[in-house]
Design a protein around this ligand. Sequence first.
Ligand SMILES: [Zn+2]
Length: 404
Amino acid sequence: MASVSNSIKTRELLRRLQDNYVLCKYCLLRQISINTEINYASQITTPLVNKGECNICSGLMQETDSIMLRISETLSNDYNFNTFLIGATLPAKLLEKEDRIRARLKIRGRENIKSQLTRNLRKMFSEMTKKQIDFLHPDLTIKLQFQRDTGLDIDIKMRPLIMLGRYIKNNRGMPQRSGGEHNGGNELSLQRQSFPSVNLAPRLGSVICTSEDSSIQSIISREILRLTKGEGLKFSWIGSEDENSLVSGSGRPFFVQIRNPKTICLDERRLNFPRYGLSVNIEQFFGKLPEQPIQFIAKTRIVIRASRQMGEEEFLRIKSLANSRVVFRNQKKKLKSSEKRIYSLDIVKKSKEIFELDVVADGGLAIKQFVEGRECISPNISTTANLKCECLLFDILDVCIKGY
Ligand SMILES: [Zn+2]
């Protein structure tokens, strides 16, 4: 009985709608059926309405083919994505027209014009591109803004592309970060003239000198922006080294977040910059940046010059620092201190006063301060050996990230 009475009600509603308004088939069926795709759609013969005459949409609901064409023209095959979402903003007047009709005829619980239009467009776009709709984290977001008089604005955004990469650096004299960006506590600088002379010469490699911004950050940035066609990017460094340091082993890791790229991955995972002695490996892609600071352990080779000849006793004292915890007290903020663990120390004597120290320690240990004993760092090499030690150079032999 319920379905019979519903059917009578629907027929009555249909009659009142058709007597009072001119509606296209989309706008008419949307008022009488919860699911506009089935049920009445096949049973009701809707009168043909001339384009633009519909009292609600003024013809917009029949424009989906041309809207789809506009979207594909805007995308122009430039984008590489798997999932998408289409959203739309309609002129308020248009929504008000539907609301007024529904209030007058007491129509409730029906889909409105905006959700029917976006649902239809999403379905069409999915069929056209063979890509999936994703409501939460779409790769591609298409925002359609229907203006009352000026037509349609299309805004296309890709979700940020986040990558974990590592670089190997074979040339000295190349800063890690672009000028002006100093956001680490262990930014170290080393004067060129303090390079040790004879013994270490083969290790020093060639020093490049150019006037362009040849920081590792800008070299990698330029290439990644070229490959992804992004609008901009942001680096999150995992540790830092001196511009005269080399980086070997598995390389220095970093996160990079690319704003509005045209792709969600890179085909080329290996980026080589032979001119700069630099190579980059892109290891992983992420949906978002890690929320916690990345914990890591670094193996560093430090070249140290002592103020006088080193004896067995001094070497033993330095070796005793293995498994100790180094505390760094910030002089400006007395209360703030950080602690880094030393896991191992190996010493190789190179000449009377020069020795190499291979240190495995928690990432972020300020190497120069640790050697020279500056800035409230305790214990440190100089104090432990009871002689003045100078950090001439340090190289990163490996970096291990915890949890990745
Ligand atoms: Zn309509």
